[in-house]
Design a protein around this ligand. Structure first.
Ligand code: HGY
Ligand code: MN
Ligand code: MN
Length: 396
């Protein structure tokens, strides 16, 4: 709740990646980490790692965490819950003088949301070698400010290296499944694929009173058509496919001018690999067909292609076992949102734990999870970390 006040703007929170409030939140996080006597390091993309050493320093640590950036007008749980509950696990170990064999660490990844700089999950992509550091540094926000400039300005352009043995991320579900089914925990088996595009239709700006309908090349009309047809495409693809136009900016944005330009974004998601690839092809075909139909030109750039992933079965089974031992109700499920864990799964055994989002609300100020559910999630993290730190990250 203290972290949730950092970046507060009215009802919501604004800690967009690498803005002043995000810096303030990171500084506060690091002060908590120092209070626990942890070794804090920052890498080249600004990811923060805090290590509590184990008896055996040859083995890479058990890493838990998530992200500290938010979307605009956000709630307080998305990301922060995973980071702060991981720190709570370490506090518990400290308070009870529990020595672990392997080290235990907290990670806070940079720019998970992608609400300011694309791609999202930038910190974990760079950390896992899925995105080059130079490319990440060059990413610009809407005002042309780069990630590297903001890392420097906020004091988070580090140079440390860090290694992870395995990764666990506690997160709010951000969807309605657990709340509506009255379950306490989601044992997450995988994450659906997510593709993002930035597009621009260019037609011809002209007078709204004098230009007959049949002579118009209305870029906004094309984008609006696309918005409706995307929904039909997702419905036709089925199997849980979703497609969203989240941004749409007409140019010149004047009431009596036929819009000559329209910038738009498309977000497409699907859990099964083949359907994900097929869906991407259909979305691109649709965007192109609509340009032709409305006689507008198109520029299109894909900014994200995060493939569907399945988590390590040993790790998922461990989360399930600990959930059951704690007497909590649960279901195995996959994630509809993207998470840093999906990239961590490329380099080490990884799993996620979901706790319910009340009414399934997230990415909005109404995002809520009960304290009891947060405690349940942290207890599962603790139990998993204790077992992993003794037995190792490769669970047969
Ligand atoms: O899923 C999302 O849109 C977010 O970037 N994690
Ligand atoms: Mn998140
Ligand atoms: Mn989010």
């Amino acid at each position: 709740m203290e972290m949730g006040e950092v970046g507060r703007e009215g009802q919501g929170v604004n800690r967009l990646a690498l803005n002043d409030a995000n810096k303030e939140g990171r500084d506060l996080l690091i002060s908590y980490m120092h209070e626990e006597g942890l070794d804090v390091s920052v890498d080249r993309i600004g990811n923060i790692f805090a290590l509590r050493k184990g008896r055996d320093s040859r083995e890479p640590p058990i890493v838990m965490g998530s992200h500290m950036d938010t979307v605009r007008n956000a709630g307080v749980f998305d990301g922060a819950l995973g980071v702060l509950s991981s720190l709570e696990v370490i506090r518990f170990l400290n308070q009870h003088d529990i020595e672990t064999r392997r080290g235990v660490a907290v990670a806070a990844f940079t720019n998970e949301e992608g609400a300011r700089f694309q791609p999202d999950m930038m910190g974990s992509m760079v950390f896992t070698g899925q995105l080059g550091i130079e490319e990440a540094w060059k990413a610009e926000d809407d005002d042309g400010v780069t990630v590297k400039d903001e890392l420097k300005r906020t004091g988070y352009l580090g140079s440390d290296e860090f290694h992870a043995g395995c990764f666990l991320e506690l997160h709010v579900e951000q969807g309605p499944v657990l709340h509506s089914e009255g379950l306490e925990v989601g044992v997450v088996e995988g994450v659906q694929g997510m593709a993002w595009w930035d597009g621009e239709y260019t037609g011809e700006a002209n007078h709204a009173g004098t230009t007959p309908l049949n002579l118009r090349r209305d870029a906004l009309l094309a984008a609006a058509d696309l918005c409706c047809r995307l929904r039909e495409t997702a419905e036709a693809l089925g199997h849980g496919s979703v497609a969203t136009m989240g941004r749409l900016h007409p140019r010149p944005d004047i009431r009596n001018v036929v819009p000559g330009g329209a910038f738009f974004t498309v977000d497409f998601r699907q859990y099964e690999s083949q359907r994900y690839e097929e869906g991407q092809k259909q979305v691109v075909k649709l965007i192109e067909e609509i340009a032709e139909k409305h006689r507008v030109s198109l520029s299109l750039e894909q900014t994200v292609d995060a493939k569907p992933i399945r988590f390590d079965t040993g790790m998922v089974d461990l989360v399930e076992k600990k959930t059951r031992e704690l007497g909590l109700t649960y279901k195995r499920m996959h994630s509809g949102a993207g998470h840093d864990a999906q990239f961590m799964s490329y380099i080490c055994p990884t799993a996620m734990i979901f706790v319910p989002s009340i009414n399934g609300r997230s990415h909005c100020p109404e995002e809520r999870t009960t304290k009891a559910d947060c405690v349940n999630g942290a207890n599962i993290l603790l139990q998993c970390a204790l077992e992993l730190s003794e037995k190792g990250c490769r669970i047969p």
